[in-house]
Design a protein around this ligand. Structure first.
Ligand SMILES: C[S@@+](CC[C@H](N)C(=O)[O-])C[C@H]1O[C@@H](n2cnc3c(N)ncnc32)[C@H](O)[C@@H]1O
Length: 370
């Protein structure tokens, strides 16, 4: 555990081959200079022409958040995120990132082949030599090598996280259970905040099991004092029927029981729960797919919108070290956050670059209006 008391610990092959059991594993931290390929000084979202963005929720050019330094440049870095993060730490970024969201490979064995669509033609982009080598190096030792890969990266992420920071790790049934135990060890069991369930619908697969229709997102914070903006969801029909749409408070009765009391204010809904039903991005013709040439593992902007609104404030720094098609960075930009993204795949970097450069033409199709 983070405080030195180890109650439970995940072991994998070779974890302690070179070290004493229980010893803190040292993580190498090379410092590689970043080579600047391009600096873009383009305006961000256009002002609200055509009413594409809701002025209360999005930040067009003329409405920079107050704590957004004028000389700040967002960063999109091509490379293995282990090297990217260790170099960032060496270059003074430790403790600077307010929110990290990652959607790493799930150990499905298919994460490095990119399926995409150009016109009507569906193509499969074979992995580049770098991607292929990374794939072989990374998974050659099976699940143990996956766990080592995640452990090293999560330790670096903790170092980059600000004191008020939160980290969200998006996984599914393949390895979610292992990574949760690992995160307890790295971040501390007491800093676990939520296991979010993202429930979606898709065509049922023929199977003699219950249909697998959810991912999990593990949420941890660095310490117990963290950035939190309450989000709401609509009240249940039964609550509306019983109490109407007013804000409810609780009162202790004379007998010591808790009673719900109506106030005169209208309610904002009920505090959001940890089960999120958000549709997958619909069809290859949908706007979100179009801007990324149908990037295979792309997540809906609506999902990232909740995470970024709940755990960061305008002007904060949001990072995604497995940025893929750039969903996190796009939503961060729309919500007035600063951002930093990296990916090993050149294709992912190209897709993200284009998505961010075109953002001023973007539509607010983050269906989720909470
Ligand atoms: C599941 S996808 C992320 C999808 C993204 N959330 C989106 O909405 O588009 C995982 C990404 O991690 C990248 N990746 C895998 N290993 C990496 C590494 N060691 N360093 C940087 N990126 C890596 C892959 O190239 C891939 O783009």
């Amino acid at each position: 555990m983070a405080d030195g008391k180890k109650y439970v610990e995940l072991h994998w092959a070779e974890k302690y081959d070179k070290y004493e059991k229980g010893e803190k594993l040292p993580i190498e931290k090379p410092n590689l200079p970043f080579q600047v390929v391009e600096t873009v000084n383009k305006p961000r979202l256009k002002d609200l022409e055509g009413g594409l963005f809701d002025p209360d929720k999005f930040y067009p050019e003329s409405k920079y958040p107050e704590n957004y330094p004028k000389d700040w440049k967002n960063l999109l870095i091509w490379g293995d995120n282990k090297l990217v993060m260790s170099s960032l730490i060496k270059q003074g970024w430790a403790g600077k990132i307010n929110l990290i969201y990652i959607d790493p490979p799930f150990f499905t064995g298919a994460d490095f082949t990119i399926r995409t669509k150009i016109g009507d033609e569906r193509i499969e982009k074979e992995p580049s030599i770098i991607e292929e080598r990374a794939y072989k190096d990374t998974w050659s030792g099976g699940i143990a090598s996956y766990l080592k890969y995640m452990y090293e990266r999560l330790v670096l992420m903790k170092e980059l996280l600000a004191e008020n920071g939160s980290i969200y790790v998006h996984l599914d049934w393949h390895v979610g259970h292992y990574v949760k135990v690992m995160m307890d060890e790295i971040f501390g069991y007491e800093n676990f905040r939520n296991e979010l369930v993202w429930r979606y619908r898709r065509w049922p697969a023929p199977s003699r099991d219950f249909q697998k229709m959810h991912d999990v997102i593990l949420r941890y914070t660095k310490i117990k004092k963290y950035t939190w903006n309450q989000l709401y969801e609509p009240k249940a029909e039964s609550t509306l029927k019983a109490f109407g749409d007013v804000r409810l408070t609780t009162e202790i009765t004379e007998r010591g029981t808790i009673k719900k009391v109506r106030t005169s204010e209208t309610s904002k809904g009920t505090n959001m729960s940890d089960v999120w039903e958000i549709p997958m991005i619909q069809g290859s013709a949908s706007y979100e797919r179009e801007i990324t040439s149908n990037y295979d593992t792309q997540k809906p902007e609506a999902l990232l919108k909740r995470i970024i609104l709940a755990s960061s404030n305008p002007g904060d720094i949001v990072a995604d070290f497995f940025c893929g098609s750039g969903t996190t960075l796009s939503v961060a930009e729309k919500l007035g956050r600063r951002w930093l993204g990296s990916d090993l795949s050149k294709f992912a970097i190209q897709v993200t670059r284009k998505r961010l450069l075109d953002i001023h033409n973007s539509k607010d199709l983050m269906e989720d209006k909470k």
